[in-house]
Ligand binder design. Structure first.
Ligand code: ATP
Length: 249
């Protein structure tokens, strides 16, 4: 992470870097203006969490890795904020788990879809789905429902970071195992997730990748045990407690 002119020792380094990446994303046509607002909401929760991966989020990341390794057809969904913040980290996670990458936008325009796909390819993605849009998520209006039939449409496990609550709920309704990354433990997305990871995406994706690499040789029963032990309610409650009662540095 060296794309800003601020030393890593600066106390607000990560936050400044994140903002810079989002601004850059808007300039490049990757991130929407609404993405700036979503970033602001996220930062507030991150500040209250102490800008660190709390133990319950690390457990959730491990459960997410186990789900991805057990999946027949895992897919990582990428929107404008995710593409701006963690393009290389998304490619790493896809490599570690054999997942497909699909661009999936709340405010879909062909230009933005293309800009994001190009950006991901520039960061090493070989195949980027989402442009065919021949599948639909039931229960959503036309533009918001579009997915690739052989991507998210056919997925059994989907990672949906920073997702809008309606779409997260609609994907869960389709019976998909949903891994959500969201800093707000009370968001509808976090509430509909099989595995809510309450952490900044900048930290969360590398954490899931590290667990996936660590579990690469685990057998199916070990992975199932990790999945079965995980309790989403407990994770959300632990994050809410950390936010409400944590001590600010
Ligand atoms: P919902 O409809 O689920 O209640 P919302 O309307 O608040 O959510 P948005 O404003 O689109 O949804 O924001 C997306 C979510 O992403 C917010 O909950 C925000 O906390 C979260 N978020 C923003 N930036 C990050 C980030 N860098 N890492 C993790 N989560 C983030």
């Amino acid at each position: 992470m060296d794309d800003i002119d601020v030393p890593e020792s600066h106390p607000r380094y990560q936050s400044l870097l994140t903002r810079h990446r989002i601004e850059d994303g808007v300039e490049k046509g990757i991130t929407s203006q609404q993405g700036l607002i979503a970033q602001g909401r996220g930062e507030t929760f991150d500040y209250l969490l102490g800008e660190e991966t709390i133990p319950s989020a690390d457990d959730a990341a491990r459960a997410a890795a186990a789900h991805l390794l057990l999946a027949d057809h895992p897919v990582l969904s990428v929107n404008g904020n995710v593409a701006a913040l963690v393009p290389g980290e998304t490619v790493d996670l896809a490599d570690a788990t054999g997942a497909d990458i699909e661009v999936n936008l709340f405010n879909r325009t062909e230009e933005r879809m293309q800009a994001i796909a190009d950006h991901l390819r520039a960061h090493g993605a070989e195949t980027v789905k989402g442009l065919t849009a021949d599948g639909r998520i039931p229960g959503l209006d036309h533009e918001r429902a579009k997915v690739d039939a052989d991507g998210i449409g056919a997925a059994d496990v989907v990672v949906v970071p920073l997702e809008d609550g309606d779409r997260a709920a609609a994907l869960a309704e389709m019976g998909k195992t949903e891994i959500v990354v969201d800093l707000n433990p009370l968001s509808r997305s976090a509430e509909s997730a099989t595995v809510p990871i309450i952490d900044n995406i900048i930290r969360a994706l590398p954490t899931v990748t590290a667990h996936a690499r660590d579990l690469a040789d685990a057998d199916e029963s070990q992975l199932r045990a990790i999945v079965d032990e995980f309790d989403p309610e407990e994770t959300r409650a632990a994050a809410e407690d950390a936010i409400r009662s944590g001590e600010l540095a």
